[in-house]
Design a protein around this ligand. Structure first.
Ligand code: RIB
Ligand code: NA
Length: 308
């Protein structure tokens, strides 16, 4: 396997409105779209569309949304042999509001995602061992994510931990076991206790994250770009973002993580910096059209230079 994602699947219920409603307010929105989401699923679909062998490890409910989720993976070319269906809970749901500025706010009801645990992941040790890159987040049972990190480390498999959604008080193990830790501004603030809204602040936060033990730390700052550093080279590198008009930033971080997994798995000849550059270009394409997975590009639609 090139890329294995251990993570969440949600049905995204997206409402587009002029702005976010105030507490107690009823507003009229522009449109409503149901689409496939979940951070893990998005990262998986983003990677597979770039053209690599990709598998999803996740849990959905025994319901219509669960069936549709698995069919959606199949139609994208994702290997679904490691997906589980449970009778104990329903498929995850994300209620998303997108304002005219392109910003979003999300409430998740995780459902079956939380029933993915270390027990499920332990059973897939060989599969993780045989993957070039493994990707995980914090949107499933945390024991599943921790076990993924442990197995990846045990077998020397490159592993990206996307620390989303933001959690405070994440145990030390998550940092020490992370090869590549990727956080957005909110998540970086919550994990470091520092303000993170510009490049200089992100550089300071990167140092704190590396101090917690991950090998590489990446902070994505949306339209302000990306900063990363590693244990071997703690001097942060800043990569500006391409200027684009954002209509919907939902899942842009997932497009970035999925693309990075693709490049690390298939292009070991690229520098880490170049892999990040290319991934952020792909993420910037996704913000220019509505939806999460709907807006992720396929390889055939991208400029050939991204694959040279
Ligand atoms: O990162 C975007 C995703 O977060 C959405 O697809 C939603 O399902 C939530 O998981
Ligand atoms: Na989008």
């Amino acid at each position: 396997m090139d890329v294995t994602v251990v993570g969440s699947c949600n049905m995204d219920l997206s409402t587009y409105a002029p702005r976010f409603p105030k507490p107690g307010e009823t507003m009229i929105g522009h449109k409503y779209v149901v689409g496939f989401g979940g951070k893990g699923a998005n990262q998986c679909v983003s990677a597979v569309r770039l053209g690599c062998k990709t598998a999803m490890v996740g849990k959905v409910g025994n319901d219509d949304n669960g069936n549709k989720t698995i069919n959606n993976f199949k139609s994208n070319g994702v290997i679904t042999d490691y997906m589980a269906v449970t009778d104990q809970s329903s498929t995850g749901i994300a209620a998303i509001t997108i304002a005219d500025t392109g910003e979003n706010s999300i409430v998740i009801v995780p459902g079956a995602n939380l029933l993915l645990t270390d027990v499920d992941v332990t059973a897939l040790e060989d599969m993780i061992k045989g993957s070039k890159v493994v990707v995980c987040q914090l949107e499933v049972g945390l024991s599943a994510t921790l076990e993924t990190l442990k197995l990846a480390r045990k077998h020397n498999v490159r592993c990206i931990l996307n620390t989303a959604p933001a959690q405070s008080g994440l145990s030390n193990d998550f940092f020490v076991l992370s090869d590549i830790l990727c956080a957005n501004e909110n998540e970086a603030e919550m994990m470091t206790g520092l303000p993170v809204s510009d490049v200089a602040q992100a550089e300071a936060a990167i140092d704190v994250l590396l101090g917690k033990g991950c090998q590489y730390a990446i902070i994505t700052l949306g339209e302000k770009g990306t900063v990363f550093a590693s244990q071997d080279n703690r001097k942060p590198t800043y990569i500006p973002a391409t200027k684009v008009k954002a209509v919907d930033t939902t899942g842009a971080g997932d497009a970035f993580v999925g693309s990075l997994a693709f490049y690390l798995a298939t292009r070991p000849d690229l520098t880490f910096e170049n892999a990040i550059q290319r991934s952020s270009i792909i993420a910037s394409i996704s913000v220019q059209s509505p939806g999460t997975q709907y807006s992720y590009p396929w390889r055939k639609d991208l400029q050939p230079e991204l694959f040279e």
